[in-house]
Design a protein around this ligand. Structure first.
Ligand code: NG6
Ligand code: CA
Length: 513
């Protein structure tokens, strides 16, 4: 890996000296930080990582111009726990964090340190735009009132969000705790148990659906698309899926414009390519892979728009852009949208085994690159890193203190491509089931449960211990546990040490809404 002439300490010294003597002049300032978090985008879903079947030039140019990680991990193979880990710097399984329904209360306690709170303390203006999926409110949410606690209470000055996922009700945008465009004469009601009288549902009114469901997703119909959960009212506020990307791009541009004169931290949760995949008409048919491929092109376009706006505002040199994904890929996640049929040679997980919902590597091994124009020498890094480590690492940049209790590890030089000394190991998780990545090895303890779920993705429930050498065997075809008893012993010990009594061998499968 290439290295720059000055270390981080030098950089900070340089920044602080520069800040005190040149405060009146324009630069250099504490860099802005943007985290772009795609939803269910796999390691093989962007062309930078070798996909010849899809073209993602905007994401690729961040990867080419920055540090691109080949061993980056989300903590979890689903969204809520993965986002929780990134924002709290804590392993999500400590607090039993799993996929949330669309009307769940906020899962991040408001009295704990979070990445955005720390950035705010360090003088950053903080914003969260796009997918949230960390809950809102305290219990039964009244969507017609101000919804508290939420993003603000965990550290974001500004927020414009979808409460959960794009397949869950309520299908509305929530800006700073209030539903956008809500007509008080047409209040919103949400129920995850039963439908409202007189409201159609996908299961009873299939003739009203334009994208059929494959499993689940048979409750409310909004914009011709079946969803999880029931909803009534709020018609003027309902989103149009085709316009969601444009809406959030506009929000991010506005946020950048409003904060261009002070340091800012922006969390931008892309909704692509999570189901339902309904990209704008501009992208329809462009990928040749149906809506999933088109949605990835749309996500790439969003990244391009953000970078162009940073350029226009003359902020690009002073902004660190982190691009990554919350968990691995899935083709059939409950809608018949031809993702499986049209995938052709495309390998969403880039040849890794499993995907979303999996303890196999494809569940959590995700694309990640960090771009900082003029400050990072382009490099490919094979250091083992986790999104959870951004919390502690950005502290080294922004100058905030890091509580000892965090699972997050400070490794700014690694994230900036100036060191290869990543983690020795990381505990990964799928819905409460734990595994370990240590060095080049994937370690998977035995678990009860089916081999796949309805998506067809392999879950990684092994009936005995699994060890895979990811360097020699990235597709995890050869379990070497049986032939390496000493290695098995040492990885078992490390796993039990790092999971601190949280390993429960036979976790029941749960059905989630
Ligand atoms: C599952 C949904 C799936 C998706 C997932 C959450 C069904 C049958 N499946 O329960 O479609 O919404 O939850 O995805 O309802 S995530 O990326 O936000 O974790
Ligand atoms: Ca996801």
């Amino acid at each position: 890996m290439k290295k720059t002439a000055y270390g981080v300490a030098g950089l900070l010294l340089f920044l602080s000296t520069a800040c005190s003597t040149q405060r009146e002049k324009s630069a250099p300032k504490t860099p802005n930080v943007i985290v772009i978090l795609a939803d269910d985008l796999g390691y093989g879903d962007i062309s930078f990582y070798g996909s010849k079947t899809i073209d993602t030039p905007n994401i690729d140019s961040l990867a080419h111009g920055g540090v691109a990680f080949t061993n980056a991990y989300a903590s979890s193979s689903t969204s809520t726990p993965s986002r929780y880990a990134m924002l709290t710097g804590m392993y999500p399984w400590r607090d039993d964090i799993k996929i949330l329904p669309g009307d769940a209360p906020l899962v991040i306690p408001t009295n704990i340190p979070t990445l955005p709170k720390k950035m705010r303390e360090a003088g950053y203006s903080t914003g969260a735009i796009g997918k949230w999926h960390l809950g809102m409110g305290e219990g039964k949410v009244d969507w017609n009132d101000t919804i508290r606690p939420g993003a603000r209470e965990v550290g974001f000055d500004y927020s414009c969000l979808i409460a959960a996922t794009n397949d869950r009700v309520p299908t509305v945008f929530v800006e700073n705790g209030g539903v956008v465009g809500l007509d008080p004469e047409d209040p919103i009601y949400v129920d995850y148990e039963k439908n409202f009288e007189g409201e159609p549902s996908a299961i009873d009114n299939p003739e009203m659906i334009r994208m059929p469901f494959a499993h689940g997703h048979n409750n409310a119909i909004v914009n011709g698309i079946p969803r999880i959960g029931y909803m009534k009212g709020g018609h003027a506020a309902r989103w149009v899926d085709e316009d969601m990307a444009d809406y959030f791009v506009d929000c991010t541009k506005k946020f950048l414009q409003e904060n261009k004169d002070r340091p800012f931290f922006l969390y931008y949760g892309l909704h692509e390519p999570h189901v339902p995949r309904v990209p704008n008409q501009r992208f329809a048919g462009l990928s040749g892979m149906g809506p999933r491929g088109d949605a990835i092109l749309e996500a790439d376009w969003c990244v391009g728009q953000l970078v162009a706006e940073l350029k226009r505002l003359d902020l690009l040199d002073n902004t660190i852009i982190i691009f990554t994904s919350d968990n691995g890929p899935v083709l059939n996640d409950g809608y018949k949208d031809m993702a499986v049929e049209l995938a052709g040679d495309h390998q969403p997980a880039g040849g890794l085994r499993g995907g979303k919902y999996s303890l196999y590597d494809g569940g959590t091994h995700i694309p990640m690159c960090i771009y900082w124009k003029g400050h990072i020498d382009p490099a490919v890094s094979d250091a083992l890193v986790c999104q959870m480590d951004l919390f502690a690492s950005l502290g080294e940049l922004a100058g905030y203190s890091i509580p000892d209790s965090l699972d997050s590890r400070a490794m700014l030089p690694v994230f900036l491509g100036r060191s290869d000394e990543g983690r020795d190991a990381i505990v990964i998780e799928n819905q409460g089931k734990l595994g370990l990545r240590a060095g080049k090895y994937a370690f998977m303890p035995p678990y009860a449960g089916p081999l796949t779920n309805l998506t067809g993705n392999e879950l990684g429930n092994l009936d005995d211990y699994g060890i895979f050498d990811l360097e020699a065997d990235p597709a995890q075809r050869h379990n070497i546990a049986g032939s390496n008893p000493q290695l098995l012993d040492s990885l078992k010990t490390l796993f039990l040490d790092r999971t601190m009594g949280f390993y429960r061998p036979f976790v029941e499968e749960v059905t989630l809404k």
